[in-house]
Design a protein around this ligand. Sequence first.
Ligand code: PLP
Length: 223
Amino acid sequence: MRIAQIKQRIVQAAERTGRDPDQVKIVAVTKFVDLERINEALSTGITILGENRVQEFMSKYPRVKKTVEWHLIGSLQTNKVKSAINRIDLIHSLDRFSLAKEISLNARRSGKRVKALVQVNVAGESSKRGLTPEEVIPFIKQVTQLEGLEIQGLMTIAPLGEPEGSRLVFSRLRQIFEQVSELDIPGAEMRYLSMGMTNDFEVAVEEGANLIRIGTGIFGSRN
Ligand SMILES: *Cc1c(COP(=O)(O)O)cnc(C)c1O
């Protein structure tokens, strides 16, 4: 486990840009990670776990005894919404209106409010999901009309490559985040900017991320 080193690097990246490092939260990405190592991470101060797939999340959820926040960071199939949304604290991957409608329907049925970030495909990669930057504001205006759904920010995944290559992507997302924030759209509160992974989290922190999603940097490589 390398959580102490990651935290140290977050502090340094925050200080380089005059940010408060306590504003940056680590989502420990536990896909393919077993329970023992998850518990080890939790004992070193991790409080947020991120899973990619609903199925894997559902099998781990009842076995993690500590109180943690669970975030869903991978793409969510509409038919999985019902089983997952009561237990997920934040969805990072809202990327289409049909999914928003399904979340809203199930949230209303269970009398809950579901929190989600809008996933943005800033770099326009065909392999990645997410809205184009131009679609974000109209989309947020549309989905905030739905009951039971709260938009709490934006998420992106930068293209693979050198960490510096992510900087433009992250600064663009930050700009969109600020634009949305200034519009004061009812039902949309820009609280979370989820960007940066093991490879590029320091650049993300420098560009304003307050949720960073770290898998291999904490748990080592996934087989
Ligand atoms: C797997 C995954 C991560 C973590 O990736 P690492 O490079 O292992 O830190 C972050 N975000 C998403 C959406 C992922 O699927």
